[in-house]
Design a protein around this ligand. Structure first.
Ligand code: ATR
Length: 273
């Protein structure tokens, strides 16, 4: 039987992962397929048993199963263990299931692809302290970014994250006052997603024009936050690159091949227009 892969989640029908991975299989001459599997909350264990039995070669994991799946896997890698979140499962040659997390590393790769180099000397501000912020903070730290500050509406969550990574926790207003100090600002909250109300998570009056401004939201591609930074003349990094790179790193784990991320970006943008 040919290899097949999946993404499990709820909702999952609108995921761009199946078409992205199937295009990559085609481009790399790999005879494999990738399907979305609707798995409701509370049924991750059953889904893992079924995927094992049916012989899936690997799968991605999205909301609401990133944490819930962990007890059903045989091993988790250090990043996924630290984050208590898995977005990629690799079936090892002996059939054991390894949980990994490519979300945070995917962000770092997309940032560095956009800028063309590492910016690890620059002080970083992360806005938000949820699951996505945790993954990004950890991956940035592992990639050598040494000065990380985190601001959040609930400052206690920023403090908890900073105690894990050795960063500095700030209130939103404090961060807004000190915005000019940061070389990179990363917006990780859902503020700006089409389903939410839009707007800005933090005031940008003190934004320095030399700061690189990133948002992990990719629908819309340009959030109000990114639009404000663009109007100010800043270099911006939209969230589409993180989505592509989390998939590319999973694809590389499964197949040993690295897909064409920039070509994929052009195709996805054309589809979104
Ligand atoms: P994810 O896994 O996408 O990171 P999450 O774990 O639910 O999602 O975290 C959402 C983050 O966005 C949190 O930092 C949250 O702030 P709180 O910890 O104070 O809840 C932040 N967030 C969500 N809505 C927000 C809003 N309207 N303004 C500011 N921050 C918001």
């Amino acid at each position: 039987m040919k290899n097949w892969y999946a993404v499990i989640g709820d909702p999952v029908s609108h995921s761009k992962s199946p078409s992205m991975h199937e295009a990559w299989f085609g481009e790399n001459g790999i005879d494999a397929s990738y399907i979305p599997v609707h798995v409701p909350a509370g049924t991750a264990g059953k889904a893992v048993a079924a995927l094992r039995r049916l012989g899936a070669s690997g799968w991605n994991v999205t909301v609401p199963h990133k944490q819930a799946i962990i007890p059903y896997l045989d091993e988790v890698d250090p990043i996924a263990a630290e984050m208590q979140a898995v977005n990629t499962v690799k079936v090892l040659p002996d059939g054991r299931l390894l949980g990994m997390n490519t979300d945070g590393p995917g962000f770092v790769r997309s940032l560095e692809e956009r800028i063309g180099q590492s910016l690890s000397e620059e002080p970083v501000l992360i806005i938000g302290a949820g699951g996505a912020a945790n993954g990004i903070a950890l991956a940035m730290k592992q990639a050598g970014y040494g000065k990380i500050s985190v601001c959040n509406r609930t400052v206690e969550k920023a403090e908890a994250l900073c105690s894990r990574i050795g960063g500095e926790a700030l209130r939103l207003e404090e961060a807004a006052d000190r915005l000019g100090e940061f070389g990179i600002i990363i917006q990780t909250t859902p503020v700006g997603m089409s389903t939410a109300t839009g707007g800005l998570p933090i005031a940008l009056d003190r934004l320095d024009r030399r700061t690189v401004v990133a948002d992990i939201v990719y629908s819309p591609l340009y959030t109000d936050f990114l639009k404000a930074a663009m109007n100010n003349g800043n270099v911006i990094v939209d969230g589409l690159g993180m989505f592509i790179w989390q998939g590319a790193l999973a694809f590389h784990e499964w197949t040993g091949k690295m897909p064409d991320t920039l070509g994929t970006r052009k195709r996805l943008i054309a589809e979104m227009e």
